[in-house]
Design a protein around this ligand. Sequence first.
Ligand SMILES: Cc1ncc(C[n+]2csc(CCOP(=O)(O)OP(=O)(O)O)c2C)c(N)n1
Length: 177
Amino acid sequence: MSADLWSLYTLMLRSRLLEEGIARLWHEGRISGEMHLGTGEEAVVAGVVSQLREGDAMALDHRGTAALLMRGVDPIVILRELFGHPDGLCGGKGGHMHLYCKELLVASSEIVGASGPCAAGFALAPPIFESWFDRCCVFRGSCDGPQGMLMESLNLASVWSLPVVFVCKDDGWAITN
Ligand SMILES: Cc1ncc(C[n+]2csc(CCOP(=O)(O)OP(=O)(O)O)c2C)c(N)n1
């Protein structure tokens, strides 16, 4: 994917418009449960996702909608998922915090810090599954630092030279909405 300024801006704008639509639907009570959006984080996500190649994996946190959209997932399929529709991205069972896409090698988790072990797992997979993917990037928030599993993932990634890029979206907050 080209990383020129217009294509980066397009990724960011599409994501913002989709998430503003999701926010409206959620405030109208048409999407159940909590809602965690990536509004304001579009730039860092676009910058990283635009550098991914085919075969790269992504491990996402509880604000994964933007990364999935930018990676190429159909926004309608994302919306269907949030509505709990069987034709949604995860059969309507994942909701907004447990989005995954097998074809694009993307997995997410609401558990703060859990994207670290997920990414290390992606990175350890190739010897087992024979070049299943090339590299992995992991998005994490700013409050998962004290999470043991994140520290262990960073440690393993370092000592085993795993092909993982850890991206901290530091918004200065640790808040759920
Ligand atoms: C292990 C764990 N502890 C607590 C929570 C509840 N929780 C959900 S989001 C959140 C804050 C996350 O902050 P940060 O990682 O900075 O991301 P932000 O929401 O600010 O984007 C917390 C504590 C959780 N999901 N998982």
